[in-house]
Design a protein around this ligand. Structure first.
Ligand code: CDV
Length: 306
């Protein structure tokens, strides 16, 4: 099997609260068609791709909250996405709010992403571990960020799958800011990390950093790629959504940390790069050869509670 994988980052522009899933699915299918016409084999969509970014609202009625969650994947509304991918022979990944029941019958809610193969089969599932924001209504904020209220910390760890001719891991939005995320994937010899994000330009607890949002986005992802010798595909939901500006800057990053392609709008946009997974060796066998140079005996503090 070829070690070249043609990957598309499919950025989504704003999704208003009133936009239906079916309408978003049509937009995603249009991006898939565009990506396929440019030779893409894998299309990567953002975090919580099917709806507006609902943690910006303090919702009290569980029915209103659950309206943003998926209880089935695929569902009637998302089935066309899976069918389009099968028809186009594409794999794709995307994020969604997952409501499920555990073995004890308890309801669980996660911020989830899945990687779907070209036959419509789920190859990998990840549930977001670093949930940013807060749990209670904080009225001083111009908008809320209630991920800690609506989701539980993911319970699947950071899995890596042998898939599409390489080793693939995923993370979601805030996870990308934590070096531990990329290192855990790197220790499993991930060659490709797929991630989606919804990042407001305005960060209410530290507004002095608003002008640095794009810089911090790329800084985190480029460092993660380089320090672990992996391709990283970071995909935004971007633009002015329900009064909140979200950064764009979706990009495909080489294992050297260089940005190979980047979106230039804040709307629906596709970029495509032919990614040679063997290029991971340039980094993983040399400067970040873990077996030769890492000193885990000295890193005990890293896994102690702060
Ligand atoms: N969706 C996110 O995880 N957003 C956070 C914001 C709140 C800082 C992020 O890390 O981009």
């Amino acid at each position: 099997m070829s070690r070249n994988l043609v990957i598309a980052a499919a950025q989504l522009g704003p999704i208003p609260r009133a936009e239906s899933r079916s309408s978003v699915v049509i937009r995603m299918m249009q991006l898939m068609e565009k990506a396929a016409s440019r030779g893409a084999e894998l299309v990567v969509f953002p975090e919580l791709a099917l709806t507006t970014f609902f943690p910006r609202w303090y919702l009290q009625d569980q029915k209103d909250i659950d309206a943003f969650f998926e209880t089935q994947m695929p569902s009637e509304e998302t089935q066309p996405l899976f069918e389009a991918a099968i028809r186009l022979g594409l794999s794709f990944s995307f994020g969604y709010a997952e409501k499920t029941q555990d073995a004890k019958g308890e309801t669980r809610r996660f911020n989830t992403s899945v990687l779907v193969g070209p036959s419509g089969e789920v190859l990998l599932k990840y549930r977001k571990i670093h949930l940013p924001g807060h749990s209670d209504h904080e009225i001083w904020r111009p908008f809320q960020h209630l991920e800690k209220r609506y989701f539980e910390v993911g319970d699947l760890g950071f899995p890596v799958a042998e898939a599409l001719g390489g080793r693939i891991g995923m993370c979601i939005c805030n996870d990308r800011r934590w070096p531990e995320t990329f290192r855990i994937l790197g220790l499993q010899r991930a060659e490709l990390v797929l991630l989606g994000y919804n990042t407001p330009v305005h960060y209410p607890p530290a507004p002095d950093h608003d002008h640095l949002q794009d810089f911090h986005n790329h800084l985190s992802m480029q460092a993660g790629a380089y320090q672990n010798g992996a391709w990283v595909v970071g995909v935004a939901k971007a633009g002015h959504e329900e009064g909140c500006d979200l950064i764009g800057g979706s990009c495909i990053i080489a294992p050297t940390g260089e940005i190979a392609a980047k979106c230039v709008t804040l709307g629906d946009e596709v970029i495509v790069v032919e990614c040679d997974l063997d290029r991971c060796r340039e980094i993983q066998d040399n400067i970040f050869n873990f077996a030769a140079h890492r000193q885990p005996d000295q890193y005990g503090l890293l896994v102690e509670k702060a």
